[in-house]
Design a protein. Sequence first.
Length: 287
Amino acid sequence: MEIFLGLIACIAAVFMGAYLAKKQARTFSSPSHGFTQDTKLGDGKLPAVNYFDYGDMRFLHLGSPAVQGSMKISKPFEIHLEYQQRMMGWLLFTDLEKIKHLHTMQLGLGAASLTKFCNLMLGMQTTAIELNPQVIETCRLWFNLPENNDSLQVLIGDAAEVVQQKQWFGKVDVLQVDIYDQDAEHPVLDTALFYSNCKQLLTENGCMAVNIFGRHSNAKESAKKIAQSFGHDAVWMFRPTKAGNSIMVALRSPRAFDQHQLEQQAKAIETRWPLPTKNWLKALKPI
């Protein structure tokens, strides 16, 4: 009897696994969602999007082993990856009392970690630009990204074009740039002209944070390109994370900050939000 019941349980598990696999496949390929591997925008073919759960972690992929973002399922609105936490380094240079009155824009949605944190945890007006519509749909289905509303707009678009649109000039207080293709070997946009266009979007006291990653990237060269537009006295750089991400923070208007001032700001940030800001100061320096 025990052998018989065990056999029944195994058969049931196989059928349940097949059902769940088909359900996930329909999610990413059915006409009701409209986003398949053949989805195109402009002249480029966009990769299929999928996700993978491992314990309490959910990882986003663009049809390759490279991780494009992740979420802690038990804490979906917090940022847990070290490099993404450092993408919030602009908080060190910002008046914390005005955060809810600022506008942030993310170029590249990823798993929506920065977008959710800025909008839901910081209460900021938030705009995200993403080229692949399937990434947006996946984030809404599986990564707790809210639908667009009065304070959140996730838009389909090409970041290279958006940074040249006059409607955004001088309207963005915080610009976060994290743009990679499915292989994640280098930033998709990493030229002096691109960073000059990014600067045009910022308000007078605005900040830009950029993630530099990949075996074909060069953080020092990227820093030089950013400094060409922002000035060498306006760019700060974190030393690389263990995973190899180098985060740059560039200020629209250069300002002087002493160590004590930054330490006090870091403490104030940690009392309000789950970010390890006091550790940042050990890794952050002007270029």
